[in-house]
Design a protein around this ligand. Sequence first.
Ligand code: FES
Length: 448
Amino acid sequence: SRYNAMINLRKGEISREIFSDKEIFQEELEKVFTRAWLFVGHESQVPNPGDFFTSRMGAESVILARDKKKKVHVFLNSCRHRGMKVCQYDHGNTTLFTCPYHSWSYTTEGKLFGVPQFKNLYEGCLDKEEWSLIEVPKMEIYKGTVWASWDKDAPDLMTYLGDAKMHLDLALDCRDGREGGSEVLFGVHKWIIPCNWKFAAENFLGDTYHNVSHRSVDLIGIGPSAEAGAKGRRDNELEKAKHLWVNFPAGHGVHSAIMPETWEFLDTYQNDPIVAEYFREAHAKRKERLGAEQHRLVPFVGTIYPNVSFHGNQPRNLCVWHPHGPESTEAWRFFLVDADAPQEVKDFLRSYYMRYSGPAGMTEQDDMENWNYATAGSRGVIAKRYPYNYAQSLGKVEASGPVAGNVSLQVSEENPRQFYRRWRDYMNSADWDTLLGRKDKEPASFAA
Ligand code: FES
């Protein structure tokens, strides 16, 4: 296929076209974003009946809503009459979604409720039952996070996440090791980057090789404590940890670390005694709850295929790379905190997170610059004749390691290689049966 020629992983080469071509982008929307599980939002954003949060799946607007009976739904934000957005707010509470065009209204269960002049104009020619909002066929909630897929044949979310779940868990769980229990700090950071969404997604697969881009951040130090000084961005103990780059068949990839046995809580919050005490206690409880071994596994970053990235430690967040066009991506960053943390801790983290990430955050500015020019570098007439190099540590993956998945113990581009191998599978496959090799279909090739 066209894509087998573009993704040549035996040689570690990927065509620049997949980062700039309009037709390929359109095909991605159809073959990747209508099939894969996508992160839509967090339950903490819609705690009460009638609450809604307007989100996106692929290039389309969707509504995450909690109905009167507290059930969560994900609807396409598009009126069944002429397609106008039935919800134009970012979030709020309502009993009905009323379309501003001709005023059809829908309940929070998605049912078509009100049609102006129904008796005169529609009696006998419109069955309201058949014209509900379009709802995703697959929706699952995991530790407060809401995921959806437009494909009824997609595997269940737990199968889809596979062993990457353990790393994602570390971002979703409370700092003291309790399961879930996190909430999203309002509001969500949203901004548009002139880049292809895949550059951002692959960066979070564990591209530690780019740390040189953040040299200025290392020099200044933006860690939790100003006193951390040079290299304040990092907990120094992390440098003594065993680092793991792990990828999974579904295309996910993470960078995590196993801390040394001597790992102790490092007091990096001296400026604020309440915050310092909160994290000291959380560290001790986590060790007690999880046991010394599991406690030592800490996450850095990861990407759940295709476009949901996370920071697992500090900062702690989920980031979705919404595709707008081959050269335009809308980033949405959801910052996570323990829901029952004292307000002072939440306030402290809010400003720390903003200093670190987001459009004005120090690390994100560096990254955006790279993705911006990498995208521009993918479109040149001459440039497009030459592929990108993805050969780093080719053949050096250790299939068995201290955690499940394909593990590399050195910096490696095996995670992006697996991501693009899976991307190629989606582009080559007609359906989930082919992607998974179900119902006697030949499975999509995992060959190089
Ligand atoms: Fe919504 Fe006409 S487009 S009522």
